[in-house]
Design a binder for this molecule. Structure first.
Ligand SMILES: Nc1nc2c(ncn2[C@@H]2O[C@H](COP(=O)(O)OP(=O)(O)OP(=O)(O)O)[C@@H](O)[C@H]2O)c(=O)[nH]1
Ligand SMILES: [Mg+2]
Length: 227
């Protein structure tokens, strides 16, 4: 899961609120220079890895654009992208368009899959400056929060869970009982719903993201994978 957004939108503050870590949050441009990753457990018990990224900005000099996009590799690999927006900012809509432009540019350069909007949740941050989450106009696929006060975070958590369930598919996998590595991989990357241990093989019903399903097929071609 990756956080993207215009600079100063509150990505690092949200990162801290979700993971309880103290990544540098500052009211200045480009407070985050290096991407940072951290694991967290959703209230549902699901484990996810969250990465903070550098802030986007309009009018980035052309020669820096490629270097900037290269820092966003985590975004390309993320199953879920959280687009953090400062809804209280007067240029909020233009900032949103700038971020979308950068991501579309990555698609044109072959760095990002064109299905990124389907993997994206818009997080309307700084709702406290608008008088609370109820005062923020609602759109489908968006959730209003305040990373500072924590208001709206339960809604974000449940949206994440819904999104994850919707974008994972249930897969039946059979593997040899001696294939401990494949078994461990599935527990690490998927949600094992059923497991049947037989004499020579283990059959599992696992919920996996599409990307992980194809990764599993490449890593363990000997295992039988069916829809
Ligand atoms: N009022 C209010 N301020 C917030 C909220 N979230 C973040 N901020 C403030 O906004 C400023 C920027 O926050 P950061 O978390 O550093 O923003 P960022 O998106 O990580 O910025 P870059 O790393 O520079 O791209 C800080 O002063 C935060 O305290 C919020 O929900 N409400
Ligand atoms: Mg930051």
């Amino acid at each position: 899961m990756a956080l993207v957004g215009y600079t100063n939108a509150g990505k690092s503050t949200l990162f801290n609120a979700l993971t309880g870590s103290a990544v540098h949050a500052q009211d200045q441009l480009f407070a985050t220079l290096d991407p940072t990753m951290r694991g967290l457990r959703l209230p549902s018990g699901r484990r996810v890895i969250l990465s903070d990224t550098v802030g986007f900005i309009s009018e980035l000099p052309t020669e820096l654009v490629a270097a900037f996009r290269a820092t966003l590799e985590e975004v390309a690999e993320a199953d879920i992208i959280l687009h953090v927006r400062d809804v209280a900012h007067p240029d909020s809509a233009a900032q949103r368009a700038d971020v979308i432009n950068v991501l579309d540019g990555m698609v044109r350069d072959g760095m990002l899959d064109e299905d990124w909007p389907r993997r994206t949740i818009e997080v309307l941050n700084k709702a406290d400056l608008m008088g609370g989450i109820e005062a923020v106009p609602r759109h489908p696929g968006c959730v209003a929060i305040s990373a500072i006060t924590g208001e709206g975070l339960p809604n974000l958590y449940s949206m994440l869970d819904q999104h994850m369930t919707a974008s994972m598919s249930l897969t039946r996998i059979s593997l040899d009982i001696s294939n401990g590595a494949a078994l461990a991989w599935l527990y690490e990357h998927g949600e094992v719903l059923e497991r049947l241990d037989q004499e020579t093989e283990i059959t599992l019903d696992v919920r996996l993201f599409e990307q992980d399903r194809s990764r599993f097929g490449q890593l363990y071609p000997d295992c039988l994978v069916s829809a």
